[in-house]
Design a protein around this ligand. Structure first.
Ligand code: FAD
Length: 428
């Protein structure tokens, strides 16, 4: 019997436990995961790029506080997360530019720095072809010229396994317990006022979640709350007990391209854009991105594919080389001709846990027995600490969560009934 039982030892389960423990050091917590260790789900599949830049104000606040906290871990606590402030360089088409203006307004309000780069600078510093009009490939792909680049400076890359290690070590020192290689197979439902009749609970009875069922038969009870933070698996865990998590998995893939020519190296080790002497995360107009991976002398490439691909879960997602060849390669080599003919040396796939509006979904079900924290929508690492703070606040019965930046967020803004409805356009 624990006070809190958390399903999922990804970034969200870990940070939630951390925030509960910080506020209630005496509470007992068990974190369950089917994997052999922490962070082995989508947290380990992440590109682990971070940015304080969104169009939804809640996402913006979550990102701001989480990134500040990670910076504190790295700089004040001396725990190396390999954070490198390389920046995010957006090269928006006209439609994205309109949406970016919303985020830029919020950045101005918060005093966060960004720079506008002209096409000449993009060409000289990064080898980007900004004029594509007239090229046959551009016409086929309906690709536009790049008018400008917007460099978001409070942004960069980190190592997700280091972040997981930080929380894991902290939680162990706070006496949080872990049950790995333990699969949650269901939830036991009981009437609040049992009558002792076989077949309970009946539809007319007020029902509660009594326990988490693990490995098919063992029951684990929580004195206070059961918290489901199972990432892309969340809907499949909750649907059998009639709870809609309003989130669904979508496959996302990463392909590693070596900087194996002088031209590609010039792009990877671009000078004069940040203090690191490394290319920023490059977001091309058509949705393809290149994330610098200097420790591998490579770029990780991906694509924010929305339409045309199914919402579905693959237990062990397999990357599709065809997706790179016909999806990503033509788009990156249009704007960065030095990548023409580049083949991936390795690749992997995972899932985004997509909510309907791109903002996390944090709510209670079965009155308040069960708490759901899902819908990280492709930015759960960079918003992870903030989402954990909000989930912990709900678990502790608070209306507001205090974030690391000192900002407060109303928990109900992330919920279902009084949600702050603002579409997030910056899902990458
Ligand atoms: C290709 C890719 C690139 C990404 N890039 C970025 C990025 O640049 N920046 C960023 O911020 N985010 C990025 N993300 C998103 C980020 O990785 C996720 O938002 C985040 O890791 C979600 O964390 P989580 O804790 O919700 O889920 P997870 O890390 O998946 O954790 C859920 C855990 O639940 C466990 N679990 C599931 N079902 C059960 C069960 N039945 N019983 C027991 N345990 C169970 C799983 O084993 C898993 O460990 C990326 C994701 C992908 C796939």
């Amino acid at each position: 019997m624990y006070d809190y039982v958390i399903v999922g030892a990804g970034i969200i389960g870990l940070s939630t436990a951390y925030h509960i423990k910080k506020q209630r050091p005496d509470s007992s917590i068990l974190i369950i995961d089917k994997a052999p260790g922490p962070g082995a789900g989508d947290t380990s599949k992440s590109a682990a790029a971070f940015r304080v830049f969104f169009t939804n104000r809640v996402n913006f606040a979550l990102a701001h506080s989480s990134v500040e906290f990670y910076k504190h871990i790295q700089e004040q606590e001396g725990f190396d997360l390999s954070m490198r402030y390389v920046g995010y360089l957006f090269m928006p088409d006209k439609e994205l530019m309109e949406n970016m203006k919303i985020g830029l307004k919020e950045a101005d309000k918060r005093g966060l720095p960004y720079k506008i780069l002209d096409p000449k600078e993009l060409e000289e510093k990064l080898g980007i072809r900004t004029i594509v009009e007239g090229l046959e490939e551009a016409e086929i792909m309906d690709a536009e010229n790049i008018e400008a680049g917007i460099l978001i400076e409070n942004a960069g890359i980190l190592m997700p396994d280091r972040l997981v290690q930080y929380y894991y070590e902290k939680l162990k020192s706070m006496n949080v317990e872990f049950a790995f290689e333990t699969r949650v197979t269901g939830f036991k439902l009981m009437p609040r006022n049992p009558l002792g009749i076989e077949g309970e609970p009946f539809p007319w009875q007020d029902t509660r979640v009594d326990a988490v069922i693990v490995n098919g038969d063992r029951e684990l009870q929580a004195r206070k709350k059961i918290i489901v933070a199972a990432g892309a698996w969340t809907p499949f865990l909750l649907e059998p007990i009639g709870v809609d998590s309003f989130s669904r998995p979508k496959k996302r893939q990463i392909f590693v391209i070596k900087a194996d020519t002088l031209e590609k190296k010039k792009t990877l080790y671009a000078k004069g854009l940040n203090n690191e002497g490394i290319s920023p995360m490059l977001i091309l107009p058509n949705g393809a991105y290149l994330r610098p991976a200097p420790e591998e002398d490579a770029f990780w490439t991906g694509y924010s594919d929305e339409l045309g691909r199914p919402f579905m879960l693959e237990e062990d997602p397999v990357p599709e080389e065809r997706f790179y060849l016909y999806g990503i390669h033509p788009m990156i080599s249009l704007y960065l001709p030095q990548f023409e003919g580049s083949n991936p040396v390795s690749m992997w796939a995972g899932h985004y846990d997509m909510s309907f509006d791109g903002m996390p979904v944090v709510f209670e079900a079965y009155e308040s027995d069960l708490i759901v924290s899902a819908g990280t929508s492709g930015s759960g690492i960079l918003k992870g600490d903030g989402i954990g703070a909000v989930t912990a606040a709900l678990a502790l019965g608070k209306d507001e969560a205090e974030l690391f930046t000192g900002e407060t967020l109303k928990v109900k803004w992330l919920g279902l009934t009084e949600r702050l409805l603002e579409k997030e356009y910056m899902i990458i």
